[in-house]
Design a binder for this molecule. Structure first.
Ligand SMILES: Cc1ncc(COP(=O)(O)O)c(C=O)c1O
Length: 457
């Protein structure tokens, strides 16, 4: 019998609520379902009044932090004026203004914006857009997509064929055909002397294997989330861009997480100096004060549709919802007025050095990431890069997840790399005080991992 007395909300949730990526039924013995009731700045509170430092922007999305009433108010004001009208055969001012603003922030000639309700819909829309683009352009065989091992691109059926995570795919097979994967940019577990240049080259090899006439798009995140913030080697994206140009393959930069200041720029591709053909985004666009996603497209991708008058046969009822669009505008106002990109650039070094300082603990293998998006990979023995066994890794991951959460830290515990990873993506308002608080919470927990589970334990 669990010793925890359940609240009425916990009992109701257990009976009626089917949560995402969660087991049904009662939490395991000794655990309770956390119920969050309030947020302010970089903190959230649960129903018992316990405070948590939100070092994950809740789910990589509350980029401006919690509790900006002007952003919620903008949604309420829009709901009073015009709560809904579809962006189908008519438009409305908020969605037009937002499309223009996004286009003005996006790099190069990414001038056209197709709205969705979230990240997976954005990725699905980009895949469908790439396919129809080539059909209209007279290359109907170009339908396949190539993504990277371990990457998460969403759970809708199209996006899932880009997602390279076996456990997320297997229950739903067969998936959309034509999705394949190349290596991601995990170099920590490669042997000494490994040529990181070969990683981008894998895209060309895969395109040639599939047949260039059959490949529509490749999908890459600027920094790959799953596995723990894999950054690109030097010149990686420039080589991928060249390969896409050479074989007439659309380069999709999946920035559901990496846009909107996460890497210190409006868009992640700007940090690495490449211009993709399509950017998929969501999350920080509204800082999650309302659901919204977007697909931002180069003029050249729209061109066959303009030239032929062909319809993009695709849309969603809630795409470009006026309330979400008004919220997005107010969110971007906060970004600009508060100088949030500058705050990330000013403090990302401190965030990184706070995590780097953990390297004196013998289970801290790698520290990697960019901007306000960083990860610490835990291994059995950092001196030799030796991983924990699969069962140890699972034990460590759950132990760390529970321990840090109990101490009041919201972060992401990831094991998609085959090792337990502590990942943080704090609100862009995080300053030196919150960074120090986060570091002080993480250090004793990682020290205890070394004592309990490390090579010398
Ligand atoms: C890179 C990437 N693409 C797509 C998605 C799917 O977004 P959503 O959960 O809004 O469908 C995510 C979600 O985290 C993501 O990180």
């Amino acid at each position: 019998m669990s010793t925890v007395t359940k609240t009425a909300l916990q009992e109701s949730a257990e009976r009626h609520l089917w949560m995402n990526f969660s087991r049904l039924g009662a939490p395991v013995e000794g655990h309770e379902l956390p119920i969050m009731v309030r947020g302010e700045g970089c903190y959230v509170w649960d129903e018992h009044g316990k405070r948590y430092l939100d070092a994950l922007s809740s789910l990589f999305c509350v980029n401006i932090g919690h509790g900006w009433t002007e952003v919620s108010q903008a949604g309420a004001d829009q709901a009073k004026e015009l709560e809904y009208y579809p962006a189908w055969s008519a438009a409305h001012p908020p969605v037009i203004r937002l499309a223009e603003r996004i286009a003005s922030l996006a790099p190069g000639d990414l001038n056209r914006v197709f709205f969705t309700s979230g990240g997976g819909e954005s990725v699905d829309s980009a895949i469908k857009l790439a396919r129809q683009h080539f059909k209209v352009a007279g290359k109907p065989l170009k339908t396949k997509i190539i993504a990277r091992d371990g990457a998460y691109h969403g759970t809708t059926m199209g996006a899932l064929s880009a997602t390279g995570i076996q456990v997320a795919r297997q229950p739903f097979e067969p998936l959309m055909p034509g999705g394949s994967h190349v290596s991601n940019t995990d170099v920590y577990h490669r042997p000494d002397g490994f040529d990181a240049g070969s990683l981008a080259q894998e895209f060309e090899d895969r395109i040639l294997f599939e047949g260039p006439d059959t490949v529509a798009a490749i999908l890459v995140e600027p920094v790959q989330t799953a596995g723990g913030c894999y950054t690109p080697p030097d010149g990686y994206f420039q080589r991928v861009r060249d390969i896409c140009d050479q074989y007439d393959v659309l380069m999709v930069s999946d920035e559901v997480i990496c846009a909107w200041g996460r890497l210190g720029e409006w868009f992640g591709c700007q940090r690495y100096g490449y211009v993709p053909d399509i950017i998929t985004t969501a999350k920080g666009l509204t800082s999650a004060y309302a659901p919204m996603g977007a697909v931002i497209v180069r003029d050249s991708v729209a061109e066959p549709f303009l030239r032929t008058g062909e319809l993009f046969q695709h849309g969603f009822t809630f795409a470009g919802h006026p309330v979400s669009a008004a919220v997005a505008m107010a969110n971007l106002d906060v970004f600009e007025r508060e100088g949030l990109l500058d705050n990330v650039r000013a403090n990302e070094g401190l965030l990184r050095s706070t995590l780097e300082a953990l390297r004196d603990i013998p289970v801290v293998g790698d520290v990697r990431g960019a901007g306000y998006f960083q990860a610490v990979e835990l291994v059995k023995d950092a001196a030799t890069h030796t991983r924990f066994s699969a069962s140890e890794s699972d034990t460590v991951l759950h132990w760390v997840a529970d321990e840090l959460f109990d101490r009041g830290l919201i972060f992401r515990a990831d094991d998609r790399s085959g090792s337990p990873v502590i990942q943080v993506a704090p609100p862009l308002t995080f300053g030196p005080g919150e960074i120090a608080e986060m570091g002080a919470l993480i250090r004793p927990v990682v020290e205890e991992v070394a004592e309990r589970f490390g090579a010398g334990s």
